[in-house]
Design a protein around this ligand. Structure first.
Ligand SMILES: NC(=O)c1ccc[n+]([C@@H]2O[C@H](COP(=O)([O-])OP(=O)(O)OC[C@H]3O[C@@H](n4cnc5c(N)ncnc54)[C@H](O)[C@@H]3O)[C@@H](O)[C@H]2O)c1
Ligand SMILES: [Zn+2]
Ligand SMILES: [Zn+2]
Length: 346
């Protein structure tokens, strides 16, 4: 079969490799129908993720059809159409029993990281019973790919950890796919204001269409002053960091109001300075989280019922054999006005 393989920093390669086979009774082999590219895949290609080694098939998002289910799989059989979670969970270890699938002792984020991923014609999914979700007939499967990673990430790490409540003022720093997923799912709780902060005017315009009440362009580095001006100098109840650099974490620390929450979502490669000399007396919480995908069943219902429309986050579509072109487009997101690029294998 063909797969998108990591061959070292800056070297994605579209190549032939053996199709996956069942290795454990709890495995399933899924033929990919749809996949996509994550910002994390770009981090991998820069060489930022040391656990990804030469020869690894990338990708941790996708929808497909079960081609073979191991004898230990009870919930799925050949022909079932399934959503693949970016997080693999055994369902049995201490972490899984706490609902912290991201830290599953046998799984977690392994797809397209320590085992071969979804940017291929087929993928092996360990612990299929607890790592796949059945897709209702007639669902918009391309849109459902957004449930593999970005919707649960924006919701769990941003909205739930940030404790968004009715009437709140929420700021989301970063209007990429993850920030926009937080924007879509924050609206479950009817916050009064949602302020999106980015440096890309196109993404800010999209934010307004998706429910932001205000946008702030931070190209001049003045997001803090602008958000304080918008909020009568009070700041925000919830500041969601969806970029992953010290400057944007600082924005969150500087705009959080007393009693508020800073919910970090971004993957950080550098230390940040915690401004405890100001925050110690402000009754704030700062949270971090690797997405658990524990809300996937709930989010799947909101998407299939049309309460949330993640199709709005898809800007481009490619065939699987054009995936290098898809990487190029996604890699120049600002120039290409790209959000999520959908990749089709059917
Ligand atoms: N915690 C988790 O489990 C988890 C899961 C998936 C992704 N992530 C992380 O979430 C983050 C966001 O992901 P994404 O795919 O949306 O990334 P992205 O790169 O598409 O979006 C980031 C956005 O931040 C904006 N930005 C950059 N510098 C800025 C600045 N100084 N001020 C304001 N805006 C700025 C960019 O213009 C861009 O629109 C990444 O760090 C990603 O690795 C975390
Ligand atoms: Zn991802
Ligand atoms: Zn587990």
């Amino acid at each position: 079969m063909k797969a998108l393989v990591y061959r070292g920093p800056g070297k994605p390669s579209w190549e032939e490799k053996p199709a996956p086979t069942i290795q454990e009774p709890t495995d399933a082999i899924v033929k990919i129908a749809w996949t996509t590219i994550c910002g994390t895949d770009l981090h991998i290609l820069k060489g930022d993720v040391a656990t990804v080694t030469d020869g690894r098939t990338l990708g941790h998002e996708g929808v497909g059809v079960v081609e073979e289910a191991g004898p230990g799989v009870s919930s799925f059989r050949k022909g079932d159409r399934v959503l693949i979670s970016c997080i693999t969970s055994c369902g049995k270890c201490d972490a899984c029993k706490k609902g912290m699938y991201s830290h599953c002792e046998k799984g977690g984020w392994i797809l397209g990281n320590t085992i071969d991923g979804t940017q291929a014609e087929k993928v092996r999914i360990p612990y299929a019973d607890t790592s796949l979700y059945r897709i209702p007939a007639g669902a918009d499967e391309g849109a459902i790919v957004m449930l593999s990673d970005i919707l649960p990430t924006g919701f769990e790490c941003g909205v739930l950890n940030g404790q968004v409540k009715p009437g709140d003022t929420v700021a989301i720093v970063g209007a990429g796919p993850i920030g926009l997923a937080a924007l879509l799912t924050a609206q479950f709780y009817a916050p009064a204001r949602i302020i999106l902060i980015d440096t890309d005017d196109n993404r800010l315009a999209v934010s307004m269409k998706l429910g932001a009440t205000d946008v702030v362009n931070n190209s001049d580095g003045k997001a803090v002053e602008k958000v304080l001006a918008l909020t009568g100098q009070k700041g925000v109840d919830v500041a969601i960091e969806a970029v992953g650099v010290p400057a944007t974490f600082d924005v969150c620390q500087d705009i959080v109001a007393a009693g508020g929450h800073v919910a970090n979502v971004g993957v950080h490669g550098k230390s940040v300075t915690l401004k405890l000399e100001k925050l110690w007396s402000h009754n704030v919480t700062v949270t971090t989280r690797l997405v658990d995908t524990v809300t996937t069943p709930m989010l799947l219902r909101t998407v299939t019922s049309g309460k949330v429309l993640p199709r709005q986050l898809i800007t481009h579509e490619f065939r699987l054999d054009e995936i290098l072109k898809a990487y190029e487009t996604f890699g120049q997101a600002a120039k290409a006005k790209a959000l999520k690029v959908l990749v089709r294998n059917e």
